[in-house]
Design a protein around this ligand. Structure first.
Ligand SMILES: [Zn+2]
Length: 53
């Protein structure tokens, strides 16, 4: 039986969840976003946190 879900999960893990571009960095395997989107989201979260306060 072919573990097709694992195959697609692996494909998914190699693409940015936010912009869909291929993630080249393998250092942080838990990351679902590319470094650009991670930076952007971190900055957005940072802004949101400080705007909220
Ligand atoms: Zn991205």
């Amino acid at each position: 039986m072919t573990p097709i879900t694992t195959f697609f999960r692996n494909l998914e893990a190699k693409c940015c969840a936010a912009c869909g571009q291929t993630i080249h960095e393998q250092a942080e395997s838990y990351a679902n976003e590319c470094s650009d989107c991670q930076e952007k989201m971190s900055y957005d979260a940072y802004k949101y946190y400080h705007l909220k306060k």
